[in-house]
Design a protein around this ligand. Structure first.
Ligand code: SAH
Length: 256
């Protein structure tokens, strides 16, 4: 019975502890469950709360502002990433940056740090702070959609000169002017894939539409970031972010 029921596409994030037999209130989801999805009591949904499991439940109540469910099965989820990749992403025009947030979440990034560089189009801290709730909703929705139980951590935006590579992390800086004296991203990741699979955090930095300034690159390499190339073509920032995260994930066995 539970096998085909687990295939329900209705997955929701809740903040409450869960377990078999739990009767969680879902009042905050009532409108989405009833008016939007037209679900009714008896329908199966999956609940996740970030504890590494997913919970199969049947709705017991669906009203305009009230809803509840009864949890009757659980299983450990294997959709959460096993490596710790932080994407330091230069802020981009709104739709492009939000697209990167969604794709990085689907691909398994553990943490996202918006980075304001000199050539960032969106620079003002107040503007960026104002987008945080929207950004959190985007990564939460992408988390639910792809089957993860824990959303990526969304850090506060920081200026590029305030970026400090954490001591335990290996940092990879994608620079379009790295030229022949930098390894390809794939080769660089292969060199550390074992350590990363064993738990070493990995950081990846991608610049803005206008590229990183030489002095910004110099400061980052002085801080320990390894310059890497994404090939002979100049990729748009959002293309570079998607390609780079996919290359890291694939080399570390996350896309198998
Ligand atoms: N300076 C470019 C635009 C930068 S591309 C121009 O004038 O068109 C945006 C970001 O994507 C860069 O900052 C870099 O982080 C990354 N990127 C794009 N192509 C790349 C490549 N071939 N190798 C490494 N990084 C690249």
């Amino acid at each position: 019975m539970a096998a085909e029921v687990w295939r329900t596409r209705h997955r929701f994030w809740v903040e409450t502890p869960l377990g078999v037999g739990a009767e969680p209130r879902l009042d905050a989801l009532a409108h989405q469950l009833g008016a939007v999805l037209r679900l009714k009591p008896g329908d199966a949904i999956v609940l996740v709360n970030g504890d590494g499991c997913e919970y199969l439940a049947r709705l017991t109540e669906v009203g305009a502002r009230r809803a509840a469910a009864h949890v009757f099965d659980l299983r450990p989820t294997n959709a959460d990433p096993r490596i710790e990749l932080t994407l330091y992403m230069a802020t981009l025009k709104q739709d492009k940056f939000e697209w990167v947030l969604q794709k990085a979440t689907e691909l398994g990034v553990a943490r996202i740090v918006p980075v304001v560089s000199r050539r960032s189009v969106v620079r003002h801290p107040a503007t960026l702070a104002g987008k945080r709730l929207r950004w959190l909703a985007i990564v939460r929705e992408a988390t639910e959609q792809c089957g993860r139980t824990r959303p990526p951590i969304l850090a506060d935006a920081i200026e590029v000169h305030a970026v400090n590579l954490p001591a335990d992390s290996h940092g990879l800086l994608a620079w379009e002017e790295a030229g022949d004296n930098a390894p390809s991203l794939g080769a660089a990741v292969s060199g550390v894939a074992g350590a990363v699979a064993a738990g070493q955090p990995l950081a990846l930095l991608v610049g803005p539409e206008g590229g990183l300034a030489v002095d910004e690159v110099q400061r980052l390499t002085a801080d320990g970031w390894q310059m890497v190339s994404l090939g002979r073509r100049i990729l748009r920032a959002e293309t570079a972010a998607l390609a780079a995260v996919a290359i890291v994930m694939e080399r570390c066995g996350e896309l198998a």
